[in-house]
Design a protein. Structure first.
Lengths: 221, 246
């Protein structure tokens, strides 16, 4: 049996969804750990951002993998949603979904959709200007520019509000998605309860940590 | 008790189908839901109207024949029961009740509330059994030592009656709870381990061919399962599937 044939099955497709989700959770953690430094140290934030923005391994290996991971997770999510809706065929005239499953688990497509819209804005805000700065206009590198760029973005209360609301949807997405991905991978042992507890803590701390960072810069500058 | 019923009527699989409204009177709280439908059917027959077709057999919660999606839930407003175990005491005088067939692309409607669940049979045929020599020299299963925990898990999985409530209630019409129960009931036991690899591969392949959806771990199937089959079986089957593929 070839390993590739796993991914032709429904279980395999879900496995890809789960693995790409876990990968994005790892990235999210790293992103948060760098961003939180901006709250207490301009120098550390600039140092880490400069490193991430100029290290060739990060820029030319990890960044393309990350972009592929993000696109793959969204495309696969929408593809599976279409397949699943086709499997239902005709919808029920009345479906009491909330009686047997929480909202977050039944509406991953919507919480994920909001996160996708947020990413479009986030790329427009940070990634596209960064690519323009380094590779199109090829401006001279200033290792101390990152903190200023960050606080400039969060001067806008509208942007800060949009970011904060988006992170609430990210929290909802993570609350189900993180622990669910481990079930898909095949974890059903006593460790699953630990994963579930960790999921809850992680899904609150990371998104609300991002909200804290956005509000901090909006209110302090 | 007087009830307003809104019931899905469909002549056959090709017909479009629609809801019909019926008013029914003199329903007592101790009647079962299926008895209530029997009374309605008697009334319809007396009025020369085609009676409502619905599945039923043992009426003891054992066979898994009765289906029905009642007020938005598989087997109605109660947990851990089949429709035949649902009693009218769960409803109040004047209630409106919407009764629909189990809806899934893999469960085509035969007539009214009767759906074709033979997709489950076809999945079973691909591996839901143990091939064993029955020529007279078969070892007595009771002489094979089995860990209590494994025996309990196998027994719990084996209580699945294949009613299809998991598919009906899952937002994706996924059959993973059913298939994982059928896979697990054998693979926990030494007799089932011999064919475990082929079983999981073939049953999952057939499940996919039948057009069931993907599992998104909402847990709705577990809540509505009349036998309380755990979704731990799904994670177990996933693991077994990966091992079989590798």
């Amino acid at each position: 049996m070839s390993l590739i044939s796993i991914f032709k099955s429904s279980i395999g497709k879900k496995l890809l969804m789960a693995l790409s989700g876990i990968f994005l959770v790892v990235f999210l953690t790293q992103h948060f750990l760098i961003n939180i430094t901006s709250v207490f140290s301009e120098d550390i934030f600039n140092f880490l951002s400069h490193f991430m923005g100029n290290n060739p391994v990060v820029q030319f290996i990890l960044q393309p993998i990350l972009i592929f991971g993000v696109i793959f997770h969204f495309v696969m999510g929408f593809y599976l949603e279409i397949l699943n809706r086709k499997s239902r065929g005709k919808n029920y005239s009345r479906y009491a979904g909330r009686d047997n499953a929480p909202w977050i688990s039944r509406n991953m497509i919507y919480s994920g959709g909001v996160v996708l819209l947020f990413l479009v804005l986030h790329f427009y805000d940070f990634w596209i200007p960064e690519m323009n700065y380094k590779y199109i206009e090829v401006l001279p590198e200033d290792p101390n520019r990152y903190y200023e760029e960050l606080i400039h973005k969060f001067e806008s209360p509208v942007r800060t509000t949009i970011y904060s609301l988006s992170f609430i949807f990210l929290a909802l997405h993570l609350l189900h998605g993180f622990s669910s991905s481990f079930k898909t991978v095949g974890v059903d042992s006593k460790y699953y309860n630990i994963i579930k507890s960790f999921t809850f803590i992680f899904s609150i701390i990371i998104p609300f940590g991002f909200i804290f960072i956005a509000l901090f810069h909006n209110l302090m500058h | 008790m007087k009830l307003n019923l809104k019931i899905w009527r469909q002549k056959d699989n090709e017909s479009k189908g629609n809801f019909e409204k019926y008013l029914i009177d003199d329903i007592t709280p101790e009647m079962s839901f299926l008895e209530m439908l029997d009374i309605l059917n008697e009334k319809l027959i007396n009025e020369n109207i085609d009676p409502i077709s619905f599945d039923h057999d043992c009426r003891e919660g054992i066979c898994g024949s009765c289906s029905l999606f009642i007020n938005g839930r598989a087997h109605g407003p109660d947990k851990g029961i089949t429709t035949c175990q649902l009693h009218m005491r769960k409803f109040k005088d004047g209630d409106s009740i919407i009764i629909e067939p189990f809806r899934a692309k893999s469960f085509p409607i035969i007539k009214d509330l009767v759906v074709d669940r033979s997709a489950f049979d076809r999945i079973q045929h691909t591996g839901g059994y143990i091939s064993i020599n029955t020529s007279g020299n078969t070892q007595d299963a009771n002489t094979i030592p089995i860990r209590k925990e494994d025996a309990d898990n196998a027994f719990d999985a084996a209580t699945c009656i294949g009613c299809g409530a998991c598919v009906a209630t899952c937002k994706n019409a996924s059959a993973m709870l059913y298939v994982s129960a059928k896979v697990s009931q054998f693979s926990y036991l030494p007799q089932g381990k011999v064919e475990a690899k082929e079983r999981v591969l073939n049953m999952v392949k057939q499940m996919d061919e039948e057009g069931f959806g993907n599992c998104t771990n909402t847990g709705a199937c577990e809540v509505e399962c009349p036998k309380g089959i755990s979704i731990k079986n799904i994670a177990r089957m996933n693991r077994e599937f990966y091992k079989a593929k590798i």
